[in-house]
Design a protein. Structure first.
Length: 344
């Protein structure tokens, strides 16, 4: 590491800077200023650097959609013109129905807080989609159950969530109290970055205000839920990076109504490990686990050691992932990419 970066090493580390990013800086880039993208809007971005909040300038031809909150960039120290974006160690993104490319949710996230509430919003199938997203990005997922103070016993919610994936951390909090800070502290230390995802009305903004100790005009807007269906309205409309009292950083995201799965290579394998491990024992290598003789997965379902609801949800997500993931076809050296759902 060059002298310029050594001088700011500790301050940069507090922003989430690690050796992964430092190793990407070339010798002739030592004069550039590392900045972390804090907000992304249609025509502008905001960033945070050792010197404070900055408005970076984009070079001609660049678009804000190429950047995600949490990205690290190198910029000219005087003009704040972005020279280049550094490679990410993790990227959360999702497919948009009818969109040309994926929507970037957050970058360089260490832990993904998948937020759901202890009411009718709790949906195992939806939580599995978020888990697959986190697994694919190689980001540590944690299920955060909010509104724990509004139910007599949180145990059923905790047990259902914990059963969704092996070694999955699940915590229950009242997002309005300081106790939530202590519960989530293991993932919010200095230099660590967490992101909040979940449906509208589950308490993400409330949780952010507690973690970042935002009050008054600085606080994120919060909204209640409808009593009829426990659903909420969008109160967060854009992604943003905020400092946490314990020294870490939290990325707030708008509520996601629909989360499609696509381009998953390992996300589903990690999520459904009990099925992944049984598959090699099937009689046929291309077994669909639906009707084939000698299927180890169906045998486990029949024996009662595998939840039939899990295999049904695995089938649905696997089929959706296949349908949404572009496929390469043609002879070697002359392959073309076919986008699912589009005619040739």
């Amino acid at each position: 590491m060059t002298e310029s970066f050594q001088n700011d090493e500790r301050a940069l580390a507090a922003l989430g800077w690690t050796a992964f990013f430092a190793d990407q800086v070339e010798a002739d880039e030592a004069h550039l200023t590392p900045m972390r993208i804090a907000t992304v809007h249609r025509a502008r971005m905001g960033a945070v650097a050792v010197s404070g909040r900055i408005k970076p300038a984009l070079p001609l031809g660049s678009k804000t959609t190429e950047f995600a909150v949490g990205d690290w960039v190198l910029a000219e120290p005087d003009t704040h013109l972005v020279v280049r974006r550094l490679e990410r160690h993790a990227l959360l993104q999702r497919k948009i129905e009818g969109g040309r490319g994926p929507q970037l949710i957050a970058a360089n996230v260490d832990t993904l807080f998948i937020v759901t509430s202890c009411n009718d919003d709790f949906n195992p199938a939806r939580l599995e989609r978020y888990l697959a997203l986190a697994n694919e990005a190689e980001t540590n997922p944690v299920i955060v159950l909010t509104k724990a103070d509004q139910v007599e016993d949180v145990t059923p919610f905790v047990e259902q969530a914990a059963a969704l994936q092996r070694d999955l951390a699940v915590v229950a909090v009242n997002g309005k109290t300081a106790d939530a800070i202590d519960v989530l502290a293991p993932w919010c230390g200095e230099g660590q970055t967490v992101a909040l995802v979940g449906s509208s009305g589950v308490g993400k903004s409330t949780l952010l205000n507690t973690l970042a100790q935002k009050t008054g005009e600085d606080a994120q807007l919060t909204g209640g839920i409808r009593e009829v269906d426990a659903k909420g309205r969008h109160t967060t409309t854009s992604r943003s990076l905020h400092s946490i009292a314990q020294g870490g950083w939290v990325i707030d995201t708008p509520g996601i109504r629909t989360l499609h799965v696509s381009d998953l290579a390992i996300g589903l394998d990690v999520l459904f490990a009990e099925i992944t491990e049984l598959a090699p024992m099937c009689k046929f290598r291309d077994c669909t686990h639906m009707h084939e003789p000698g299927c180890a997965v169906l045998k486990a379902v029949k024996a009662g050691t595998l939840d039939p609801a899990r295999i049904e949800r695995w089938r649905k997500l696997s089929a959706e992932n296949t349908a949404n993931t572009p496929q390469s076809t043609g002879a070697r050296g002359n392959k073309t990419t076919r986008t699912p759902g589009k005619r040739r």
